[in-house]
Design a protein around this ligand. Structure first.
Ligand code: B12
Ligand code: SF4
Ligand code: SF4
Length: 369
């Protein structure tokens, strides 16, 4: 009998996976292993898991090339680097035989659009209100990956967000959901609020069927976008997207786009929140995503220096953008607040050493005058 499943590691098997029954046919073995992997992934806190192959997204490379050729990535120069790997998972790691795609729900307990009406506060996108998902998802991926090696052998690599891997098309090919007209992955079982992570493995696991689009005639996400960032359904021009402008874009934001930012100071959830499939969204089981950074007072953030910023946002994805970009965003929100009481706060930053902050402060003062 082939011995695909190795002995339990010292200290016993990881987590609470179902026990595995081996069959002689290698296809049965990989099907059984996949079933047990699924149970393990759910026991680790993932919401869903599906499998695809590294060659399953042949259309992605050309679409990525078009996106970059049209400069839709803006200042995200890293998108234009290593395009050969990004567009082709088989080139990224030629030994990989399967790609395990995982979803983790972070569904908010409220409609995030409620915060857009709180003029003296900043709207922070749901994914960034608590602990950094990169850390949480990556730890889970590593634990599941380690379990897979212990049970089935082979090698693995785990990815979440920052590697040159196109996670959305891979997740669609695996059948986790489909890329909606807002370009994010959504699903009939999960709605829109979930992160993606990937485990590449050298093991041949049985692939799942791809999912088709269920957007139909709906255009809710396209219609709600405050900056009209979708040149066409299923395509995003990141240069107009508030998520890009508040998180990725360095220097001053185009004055024409500033009023549309409203009080959004980190990311934007409007297109996700508008989606009717969210009525099927499942609750988040990881409570660390719902942390302390929902709708902070603008005046408090404007007063932060570097050390204060780092202390406040330690362990949060927000920390990555640094004090200057955050204060720049806060000043745009102050300018859009319509609250004369905040004018003095902006005035106090008009000579800030960071040119984008000083420019934003002067813009806010003028707008509140
Ligand atoms: C770069 C990036 C961004 C950029 C650019 C986003 C973009 N759409 O390109 C910015 C900073 C704007 C951004 C914003 C957000 N992001 Co982001 N981002 C990424 C990242 C790192 C790469 C995405 C990418 O490859 N873009 C390049 C373009 C070419 O790829 P694409 O978006 O898949 O584009 C496809 C379509 O355009 C399609 N297409 C083109 N034409 C046509 C025509 C038809 C008919 C069809 C069907 C398809 C189609 O083909 C392309 C290739 O598949 C991924 C992580 C990763 N490594 O994958 C996270 C990721 C996509 N982001 C994520 C999140 C949560 C967000 C935000 C919601 C955060 C927020 N609240 O502010 C917003 C959502 C904005 C939006 N509407 O997309 C999650 C999405 C999870 C999910 N369920 O899908 C990811 C997967 C991170 C993660 N690991 O969880 N993001
Ligand atoms: S995240 Fe906001 S700005 Fe970006 S595409 Fe969606 S609705 Fe538009
Ligand atoms: S809002 Fe409508 S068009 Fe947009 S992703 Fe959801 S179903 Fe598709």
């Amino acid at each position: 009998m082939p011995s695909l499943i190795s002995d339990p590691p010292p200290g016993g098997r990881v987590g609470g996976a179902a026990s595995i029954v081996l069959h002689d046919d290698p296809r049965d073995i990989s099907a059984t292993l996949k079933q047990a992997l699924h149970a393990q992934a759910l026991a680790e806190g993932f919401t869903a898991m599906r499998v695809t192959t590294p060659d399953a997204i042949p259309q992605a490379a050309a679409r990525l090339a078009e996106y970059v050729a049209n400069d839709r990535h803006g200042q995200m120069g890293w998108m234009a680097e290593r395009m050969g790997w990004r567009g082709d998972p088989a080139a990224l790691w030629p030994e990989a035989r399967s790609v395990v795609m995982l979803a983790e729900a972070y569904t908010p307990p409220h409609d995030p659009r409620e915060d857009l009406a709180r003029a003296d506060r900043g709207a922070v996108s749901v994914y960034a209100q608590g602990k950094d998902y990169h850390d949480i998802v990556k730890s889970r991926l590593k634990r599941v990956g380690r379990w897979l090696i212990e049970q089935g052998g082979g090698g693995i690599k785990v990815f979440v967000d920052t590697a040159p891997v196109m996670e959305k098309p891979l997740a669609q090919a695996a059948g986790l959901g489909w890329q909606g007209k807002h370009t994010n992955l959504l699903s009939r079982d999960l709605g829109s609020w979930f992160f993606l992570g990937a485990i590449f493995t050298t093991l041949p696991l049985p692939p799942d069927a791809a999912e088709a689009s269920h957007c139909g005639n709906c255009t809710a996400c396209l219609d709600i976008c405050p900056t009209r960032a979708f040149p066409a359904p299923y395509q995003l021009d990141a240069r107009r997207c508030i998520s890009y402008l508040t998180i990725e874009h360095r220097g001053p934001v185009d004055p024409e786009l500033r009023p549309a930012l409203g009080n959004r100071i980190y990311g934007c959830d409007d297109c996700l929140a508008a989606c009717p499939w969210n009525k099927f969204a499942v609750a988040a089981t990881e409570m660390r995503y719902h942390g302390p950074h929902r709708a902070p007072p603008l005046a408090e953030l404007a007063a932060l220096d570097d050390a204060g910023f780092r202390a406040r946002f330690s362990g949060s994805p927000i920390k990555r953008i640094g004090r200057d970009r955050m204060v720049r965003n806060v000043l745009y929100a102050i300018g859009n607040s319509g609250l004369p009481a905040l004018r003095g706060v902006a005035q106090g930053l008009a000579d800030d050493p960071d040119p984008a902050v000083a420019d934003a402060a002067r813009w806010a003062v003028a707008r509140l005058a």
